[in-house]
Design a protein around this ligand. Structure first.
Ligand SMILES: NC(=O)c1ccc[n+]([C@@H]2O[C@H](COP(=O)([O-])OP(=O)(O)OC[C@H]3O[C@@H](n4cnc5c(N)ncnc54)[C@H](OP(=O)(O)O)[C@@H]3O)[C@@H](O)[C@H]2O)c1
Length: 293
């Protein structure tokens, strides 16, 4: 097994690298620009801008991966809403380039996707539920999924996940849980919405789930998230309670007042039955992971 990871400077990318190192799995980590993951040696790293098809094809013919985990994406939902062409280039066109290079190598292609493919009216979504994306980011992820679902190739998997959190080196953006924990500790002010419900997902657990799909030779769509669905406000409240931090500077607000460029689904959350049964997926509760953040 030789795993090629895209987006290895990102949160999930770094955790996949960590998993491969811990389990002695051969891997090549790739990201745009220099390696910013302190755990990844330069000999395991190759610079790769996924929007450059020639660069992809040259690298794949040298590396000859058996598996590709495609985590790289523009993940800022509001940025995608305001920059739809760039969003489409990185999240859709580049996925098509990578997919085709992977299948030329007869390798497995794993695409990371999101709970935002759903409209959030139902919640507790199963893999077969109907998608209905509300934002440009969500549409780009659905289009990426459709490239695989409509392909004659079958050696692929799609992993949908929800609010990924954890600590990693030199990330280009922080994540909700780490930011909330740091802001609560310094008693800083926070405005937090209480009308959107999510299942926060610890990045290390997600990385393990992604790798289980490869190791157990599974294909198809998998929902991998944390085990509990709660409002964003409750997430912050639970962090405060766990560390005995004050909530005095945390203001509850509604999504409408926040007025963000991209529309978000009100309630997501996943049914994890398939992942538990097929992958022995066992994600940890928020409180069991906070000390590692
Ligand atoms: N984070 C979440 O809450 C969440 C929720 C649902 C689904 N997902 C999906 O899960 C996947 C991993 O998320 P994550 O949290 O690890 O995201 P992340 O930390 O934002 O990592 C994404 C990585 O992609 C890299 N990238 C962007 N454009 C690139 C390009 N043209 N070529 C090569 N690399 C490029 C970024 O590089 P820079 O660091 O240099 O910008 C970044 O390191 C994504 O596909 C995302 O859509 C994430």
């Amino acid at each position: 097994m030789r795993v090629l990871i895209t987006g290895s400077n990102g949160l999930l990318g770094q955790k996949i690298v960590k998993y491969c190192l811990a389990n002695n799995i051969d891997f090549v980590a790739t990201s745009k620009g220099d390696n910013r993951n302190n755990s990844c040696s330069e000999s395991n790293y190759k610079e790769l801008d996924i929007t450059l098809q020639n660069q992809i094809n040259d690298l794949f013919s040298t590396v000859q991966p058996t598996h590709v985990i495609h985590t790289a994406a523009i993940t800022n939902v509001d940025y995608c809403e305001l920059n739809p062409e760039e969003c489409s280039l990185v999240n859709v066109t580049a996925t098509e380039y990578l997919m085709s290079a992977t299948f030329n190598c007869k390798a497995h292609f794993q695409l990371l996707s999101t709970d935002f493919v759903f409209d959030g009216e139902k919640g507790n979504y199963s893999e077969g539920d109907k998608v209905n994306p509300l934002s440009k980011y969500a549409v780009s992820k659905v289009k990426g999924e459709q490239l695989l679902m409509g392909s004659p190739e079958t050696n692929w998997s799609i992993v949908r996940t929800i609010i990924v959190y954890g600590k990693a080196d030199n990330l280009s953006r922080t994540n909700l849980i780490v930011w909330a924990k740091e802001t609560l500790r310094s008693n800083g002010e926070m405005k937090i919405i209480d009308d959107q419900f999510r299942s926060p997902t610890f990045a290390d657990d997600l990385a393990k789930g992604c790798m289980s799909i490869l190791e157990k030779e599974k294909t198809g769509v998998y929902h991998l998230s944390g085990p509990e669905t709660m409002s964003i406000y409750t997430i912050v409240e639970r962090i405060a309670k766990f560390y005995n931090y004050s909530m005095e500077n945390v203001v509850k607000m509604s999504s409408a007042t926040l007025n963000q460029p991209a529309k978000r689904p009100p309630r997501t959350g996943f049914s994890l039955t398939k992942a538990i049964n097929n992958l022995e997926y066992s994600p940890r509760k928020l409180e069991d992971t906070l000390d590692e953040c």
